[in-house]
Write a protein that binds this ligand. Structure first.
Ligand code: MD3
Ligand code: FE
Length: 215
């Protein structure tokens, strides 16, 4: 008997798990995210310094959320417009982190990105966290995206592949500081979101875990 592999090692440190969530789980997750968005509405992040708006809209779940405005990029415990704390990370998302990350502590941040058909995310690195030993886990819902990934230098060669609804991606080790982005959304490729578009969840550990205190 042969064990079915969990996913495809795209390159060292990058695991692609097509169909990690089945159709029923995807629908349940969208319902949970709709509920979370009532507490933490999507906002339009702005580029540091210039204030140019992102085409992607964002919200967060968890104890820390990623925000960006003229003052810079940062993690903070409250919504930038309502000042309310972020809602909790849905249980099935925490379960996915437990199954996929291999990291013995829970994630603190779940960034929720919403891409309308014309939204994109330029090539960038994720380096606003302090816990670089922890992997990043991402979950795609709705329309397919063309994802691009390169190396730790902006000038390194890049490759692209598609991320479909229900797919998970895990980035660890040498891929943690790889440049990456979303080239485009394939409009009409999924019926999960009634009005189309794509949601991406990015789970991260932001702060190094506290060591146990001896008693
Ligand atoms: C590779 N989001 O929010 S998730 C982001 O689909 C972001 O919304 C994209 O890049 C999206 O920062 C891509 C996949 C992802 C997330 C974190 C990474 C890829 C990564 C960290 C290091 C290397
Ligand atoms: Fe990123």
């Amino acid at each position: 008997m042969t064990a079915r592999p969990l996913g495809i090692a795209v390159r060292p440190g990058v695991l692609h798990v097509p169909g990690y969530f089945d159709a029923g789980e995807q629908r349940a997750l969208v319902d949970e995210l709709r509920e979370a968005a009532r507490i933490a509405p999507f906002f339009t992040p702005k580029m540091p310094r210039t204030g140019k708006p992102f085409s992607v809209r964002m919200s967060n779940c968890g104890s820390l959320g990623w925000v960006s405005d003229v003052a810079g990029y940062r993690y903070q415990p409250h919504h930038p417009e309502t000042d309310a704390p972020w809602p909790p990370i849905p249980e099935r998302v925490l379960a996915a982190w437990g199954a996929l990350s291999g990291y013995p502590h829970p994630p603190e941040a779940c960034l929720v990105n919403f891409y309308a058909a014309a939204a994109r995310m330029g090539l960038h690195q994720d380096r606003d966290e302090e816990a670089f030993d922890a992997p990043v886990v991402s979950i795609s819902l709705g329309d397919t995206a063309v994802f691009r990934i390169g190396g730790a230098s902006r000038s390194d060669p890049t490759t692209s592949f598609k991320l479909a609804s229900g797919d998970a991606l895990v980035f660890g080790g040498e891929a943690r500081l790889a440049f990456h982005g979303i080239d485009r959304i394939v409009a009409g490729s999924s019926t999960l979101l009634a009005d189309g578009g794509r949601i991406n969840l990015t789970l991260r550990r932001v702060t190094p875990p506290q060591r146990a205190v001896s008693t």
